[in-house]
Each structure stands twice: as C-alpha cells, then as structure tokens.
Write a protein that binds this ligand. Structure first.
Ligand code: HEC
Length: 121
C-alpha cells in the first residue's frame, strides 16, 4: 500500500511538472531587405516562392502563377502597385486563409517587389 502511494505521488508530480511547459511563439523577425542595391527579380526571387508554396495547385488547376503562365496574366489581375499591401497575390500568400502561407521574409520580399512596380525582370 505504501509503495503504491509513493508511486502515485510520483506520477502526479511528474504530470504536474511536465504540464508546466510554456511554448512561446515568437513572431518571425524579418530583417530589412538588402538586395545589394539591385531591383528584386521576379524570375529568380519571386517566381521561386510561388513555385515552392503555390504551384502544387496553381500550375495545373488554377494556372495563375506557374513559370509557364504569362506574367502579364498575373500582374494586372492580382497585383495593385498603388496599394501594394492590398494585392491579392500578397494577401493570399501571407494571410494563411488560402491553403498555403509563405514565410514572413518571403512575404516581405513579395511586398517589396510589388512596391518596386512588380516588374517582369
Ligand atoms: C491546395 C491548393 C492551393 C494552394 C497550395 C494555393 N492555392 Fe491559390 N487557389 C486555389 C484554388 C482552388 C483557387 C480558386 C478558388 C479560390 O479562390 O479559392 C485559388 C485561387 C487563387 C487566386 C485567385 C483568386 C481570385 O479571386 O481570382 C490567387 C491570387 C491565389 N489562389 C493565390 C495563391 C498563392 C499566392 C498561393 C501560394 C502562397 C496559393 N494560391 C496556393 C488553390 C490553391
């Protein structure tokens, strides 16, 4: 009986301590974009983000941003260069409400590219 009691106390204590674990969720720190004074390149910096995060669906089912889809379809429809933050391509990629979410730094890069005029470079 005594052994059992000690055993029980040990279990209760271990449960108590193992449940007291805090998981701090820190927001991802986004360093300022340093592109070495160069404009952000759609072909080498932006398209690969969409290829990684979006093209599993978008290259075939909803072909809006695969490498082979004309850039000219993407920009007029889903990019707003006068109000970059409201661009569908940016809000869909960063809000988390549309299937896939890019990282905070990828989002910052997309936003910076739009602010630079969303060029096909
Ligand atoms: C799991 C599949 C899937 C993934 C991954 C996905 N999408 Fe989509 N996307 C869809 C479907 C389906 C639609 C059409 C229906 C809708 O709007 O939900 C769509 C539509 C869109 C539209 C058009 C909205 C409109 O109103 O015309 C945009 C822009 C878009 N997606 C952006 C993205 C971006 C950016 C990513 C990557 C960060 C992404 N999607 C990842 C499935 C996906």
């Amino acid at each position: 009986m005594k052994k059992h009691t000690i055993f029980l106390i040990l279990i209760v204590f271990s449960l108590f301590f193992s449940s007291c674990k805090y998981d701090f969720i820190l927001p991802e720190v986004v360093p300022p974009i340093d592109n070495g004074g160069e404009p952000i390149s759609f072909a080498t910096q932006i398209a690969p983000i969409f290829a990684e995060k979006c093209n599993s669906c978008h290259s075939s089912r909803v072909p809006i941003m695969s490498a082979d889809v004309a850039f000219s379809q993407l920009v007029p429809k889903y990019v707003n260069t006068t109000n970059a933050e409201s661009s569908t391509i940016y809000t869909f990629a960063t809000s988390g409400s549309h299937y896939a979410k890019v990282s905070a730094s990828q989002g910052a890069l997309i936003l910076a590219w739009i602010k630079e005029g969303a060029k096909n470079n």
